[in-house]
Design a protein. Structure first.
Length: 378
């Protein structure tokens, strides 16, 4: 199965050609375009919606055979007849050339250095594919519920399937194209540098995992992690012990005698939101400092991250910076980010949050793997 989920707002594009030359007076390519992506034996129907607003070009992209939900794109550009955009969350990019008649785009989708043809045709009303309506959100699972796995299916991912995703489909919890190492770092809130003794296959082999909890309702993020811990124990026979070792880490601190610039969240009781709509942008809502550290450790930085701020409670804040080549590496090789004029992440912490991010050495819990096995048949 291929993780090719794509999303975020749409803004329109007026692209026109006269005799093969772009001409904004004669052709408007705003609207929906569609094509089929061949991923191994599987065909995925892709719909791209292009819009332009206030002079800015944007795209919304759907993989309708996988999910009705869109996933954010970024860096949408049109130079001459060449359309480009990126999907940072799954390390994907698209580049295509719009034909002179304005009814087709010849292009390719690239993900983790794997390039696949993705040619698009204008989705006129008589041939347009229907984007499924998302199901109504299920009732949340009680936060204090003690849950276990009722049923779990584990199967190998398609060969060379790019991307990685943890998500919910109704009440079902999914891990798409994840290795055992990925599952461990997600389920136990550790960095890869905090895992020792793992066999090579546990980092290289990728799996598709679907979990049905034994309790009604949609689990929260911590309940998702507990379910994956149980899958690792039962299906992969994971056994480990912990040791203390000194490691290079990043520490988030509040400089002495200063005030932070965080805003107390008004959304107390709701789930935290720490998603990255583009590389280097984190509009966090209802988040603790520990959750900030975990998000930085999981998605952004190349070493463990610890919270030493002493700040309690939940806050809203936006961190906007220019990422460097060491960041977001857990998603694979990403497209180069153009200079956006923002500060580096260290200066952004100080200027925007009133906090300090610094490299230090600190005692850290290390998961030493005693046993892990490839899963048997479902």
């Amino acid at each position: 199965m291929k993780t090719l989920l794509l999303c975020l707002s749409a803004l329109l594009s007026t692209l026109l050609f006269t005799g093969g030359v772009l001409n904004a007076q004669t052709l408007d390519i705003a609207g929906a375009w569609q094509g089929t992506l061949q991923v191994g034996p599987q065909q995925l129907r892709i719909v791209i919606k292009l819009t332009r607003g206030d002079g800015n070009l944007s795209a919304v992209l759907y993989s309708i055979d996988q999910t009705p939900a869109p996933i954010p794109t970024s860096g949408v550009t049109l130079q001459g007849s060449t359309l480009k955009f990126a999907v940072p969350a799954i390390a994907g990019t698209y580049e295509g050339r719009i034909a002179a008649e304005g009814t087709s785009i010849a292009g390719a989708w690239t993900q983790n250095d794997i390039k696949m043809p993705l040619n698009l045709a204008r989705a006129t009303p008589d041939i347009a594919w229907t984007i499924p309506e998302p199901p109504p959100p299920p009732k949340p699972m009680p936060a204090n519920a003690i849950i276990h796995v009722e049923v779990a299916t584990v199967k190998p991912s398609s060969l060379n399937a790019p991307g990685r995703l943890y998500t919910l489909r109704g009440e079902q919890v999914l891990a798409i194209n994840t290795s055992v190492m990925n599952l461990i770092t997600f389920a136990y809130d550790v960095h890869e540098r905090q895992v020792a003794g793992l066999q090579n296959w546990a980092s290289d082999d990728k799996f598709e995992i679907a979990v049905k909890p034994d309790t009604p309702g949609q689990p929260n993020i911590n309940q998702m992690k507990k379910l994956f811990q149980e899958v690792l124990t039962d299906r992969f026979q994971l056994k480990f012990h912990t040791e203390k070792r000194e490691l290079p880490v990043y520490a988030i601190t509040l400089p002495a005698g200063t005030q932070h610039k965080l805003t107390k969240s008004a959304a107390q009781g709701s789930l935290p939101a720490l998603a990255y709509p583009r590389l280097g942008l984190l509009p966090a809502r209802n988040a603790t400092m520990r959750e900030l550290a975990e998000s930085m450790q999981t998605a952004v930085l190349d070493r463990p991250v610890i919270d030493r701020t002493g700040i309690e409670g939940r806050y809203d804040f936006t961190l906007d910076w220019m990422p460097d080549e060491t960041q977001f590496a857990s998603f694979g090789r990403l497209p180069q980010t153009p200079d956006n004029g923002k500060p580096n992440i260290f200066n952004a912490y100080q200027e925007q949050l009133g906090l300090k991010l610094e490299g230090v050495r600190a005692p850290s819990d290390i998961m030493v793997i005693d046993k892990v096995e490839k899963p048997g048949e479902n």
